[in-house]
Write a protein that binds this ligand. Structure first.
Ligand code: FAD
Length: 546
């Protein structure tokens, strides 16, 4: 029967034990180890606590204690041992400690136990014991060797306690952990628990797969960066304010892939109880703040929306292109007409034209009708609507343009190496204008490659963010632009193509106008070799409010 923890020896027990010791000391049996006699009779022994107290302490200790000889033959057991094992001391004294063994402990555990204690070291471990009634329990056992004067092991002191309940709890905890992990792993969405220091404390299969897709870059960092940009959200604020977020669409660009991935993210504030010893008594208050991040991939539905948008953009661009072509043709006519009109104007300005009044009149008429023609041409220039500035993402715009150019790229056998900044901040800009800008530049890159005889044909598109500006690089491995033409290519109507293919030479001029309208810059990198590298810089700070 289980005894109360605070068990006291029965009233007459100490006296009977002490009496027994006194009796024993008065005529110790033959073969009694000298250490035992010394322990009670050594000079100075009385300076320490009396042996009776030691004995009582061991007897009353709430942990099962046994003392055995070097062959594990039991010499002494305390009350707690009797309670736990169900054996009375007279039933076990003289027997081997293995009387408690349930035989379900693996042999290796005993081998390790004996190797350790035979080497004069302390062994601690768990094994399965059985009580007198054969009922098994998990015992946490510590065996410490007790040495004689010569330093040899004289006895072994064994202390064990029943940890069956703890073992059950551990198993349950392990099962619950496995259950949680299996459930999380089976979930199709990305799940991660992120500590306030940004470290991932728990994740699932979908998260780990993403880690592979992003070549080892921690997806949690990318998610948080993208969410911070969109919501002005700070991980630390989740802890102080407890506010999470719901269904925030986030775009991530995996390195080396031309397809962006979209996720709908939600974040929930969670508290993890702090297991630090210092917080033992204050577990209610002490907790560690975490964010439960749930990210549902919505790339395919986004792609459908994008496809529909691309069709609209395509139609829009065809219209824009027509207007542009007309504008260019009329502008070119105005430009050309300007020349002869200037000559007529100059001729009329000559003071001494003799009496060729008829010629003067003819010239005057030519000038008037020329000016009228100019005016008509100017009036017939199709007007372009000033586009509103909206929030745009350069990665998205460039990606759309790549998609729009897919047929041309495939037809020309060109490989696109798309290297976007993983998380790109948005800017305020004119989306159609920026689309046109990158379309001009990519069309030029394709044309340039088509003029080269390279077997390997590649366009590399790179975007970067360096705190103040967004940088887009369009790199082709075509013939390149010589340093003498680096500036000239931006002049109106300049065309350096071997085959003009109807180019008016206005593409880079208009690209420059668009970039300047966004307070940015465009340049041909003069140091680039093996093709052409156009660098577009767009500042982030200009919100472009008008
Ligand atoms: P055993 O034949 O007794 O031992 C198995 C293996 O242990 C042997 O093959 C050998 O490698 C090694 N071994 C055994 N005796 C010795 C020795 N004297 N010197 C070197 N190696 C040896 N066991 C429990 O199951 N439960 C307990 O609560 C428990 N408490 C113990 C307390 C003390 C103080 C000591 C010293 C031992 C205790 N033991 C306990 C171990 C016990 O003595 C047995 O070794 C164990 O129970 C295995 O018993 P067995 O009959 O299966 O095999």
């Amino acid at each position: 029967m289980a005894r109360k923890k605070n068990n006291a020896l029965e009233k007459d027990a100490p006296d009977s034990v002490i009496d027994a010791i006194s009796k024993f000391l008065s005529s110790p049996p033959r073969g009694t180890p000298s250490e035992i006699l010394e322990a009670f009779t050594a000079p100075g022994a009385s300076d320490y606590l009396p042996p009776k107290l030691f004995l009582e302490a061991v007897e009353q200790a709430p942990v099962a204690i046994s003392i055995a000889d070097p062959n594990a033959r039991i010499l002494y057991v305390n009350r707690a041992f009797e309670d736990l094992s169900g054996y009375q001391r007279n039933e076990v004294i003289g027997k081997n400690e293995s009387i408690l063994s349930s035989k379900s402990t693996p042999k290796e555990v005993y081998r390790d136990l004996w190797e350790t204690i035979s080497s004069k070291m302390v062994w601690t471990g768990a094994l399965v014991n059985h009580r007198k009634g054969r009922k098994e329990y998990v015992a946490e056992l510590t065996i410490a060797p007790v040495f004689n004067h010569a330093g040899d092991v004289s006895y072994y002191l064994g202390m064990h306690r029943d940890i069956t309940v703890m073992h059950k709890l551990e198993r349950q905890l392990k099962f619950q952990k496995q259950l949680t992990e299996a459930t999380l792993d089976a979930a199709p969405m990305v799940v991660a628990i992120i500590g306030s220091d940004g470290k991932v404390l728990l994740d699932n299969h979908a998260y780990k797969a993403l880690l592979g897709d992003f070549r080892g870059v921690e997806p949690s960092e990318l998610f948080l960066k993208a969410i911070e940009q969109q919501l002005d959200f700070k991980l630390s604020e989740v802890c102080s304010k407890g506010n999470g977020f719901n269904n925030v669409d986030v775009r991530l660009d995996p390195p080396g892939s031309t397809s962006p991935r979209w996720f709908s993210c939600s974040g929930v504030h969670m508290d993890e109880l702090d297991a630090a010893a210092a917080n033992f008594f204050s577990s209610q208050q002490q907790s560690r703040c975490c964010l439960l991040l749930l990210a549902n991939e919505i790339t395919s539905s986004r792609n459908q929306v994008l496809e529909a948008r691309l069709n609209m953009i395509r139609a829009n661009m065809v219209e824009q292109q027509m207007v542009q072509t007309m504008r260019e043709a009329i502008s070119a006519s105005i430009f050309k007409l300007q020349g002869p009109l200037n000559i007529v104007r100059a001729a009329l300005a000559i003071p001494d034209m003799g009496d060729v009044q008829m010629l003067r009149n003819a010239l005057q008429e030519a000038l008037v009708s020329g000016n009228e023609a100019m005016q008509e041409l100017n009036d017939s220039l199709p007007t372009t609507k000033v586009e509103e500035r909206v929030v745009v993402n350069i990665n998205e715009i460039l990606y759309e343009v790549i998609r729009l150019a897919t047929d041309r790229l495939l037809g020309s056998g060109i490989v696109v190496d798309w290297q976007p900044e993983e998380v790109m901040p948005s800017i305020n800009g004119r989306a159609n204008q920026l689309r046109s800008l990158f379309k001009f530049l990519i069309d030029n890159a394709i044309d340039a490659i088509n003029e080269s005889t390279n077997d390997y044909r590649e366009i590399r598109l790179k975007t970067l963010f360096d705190e103040h500006e967004l940088i887009a690089e369009i790199i082709d491995n075509g013939p390149g632009i010589s340093s003498s033409k680096r500036l000239k290519v931006f002049e109106p109507f300049y065309s350096g193509w071997q085959h003009s293919r109807g180019h008016s030479g206005m593409g880079l001029t208009m690209s420059q106008e668009i970039v300047m309208d966004h307070y940015g810059s465009i340049m041909v990198d003069e140091e680039h070799v093996g093709g052409c590298r156009i660098i577009v810089r767009l500042p982030v700070s200009h919100t472009g409010t008008e």
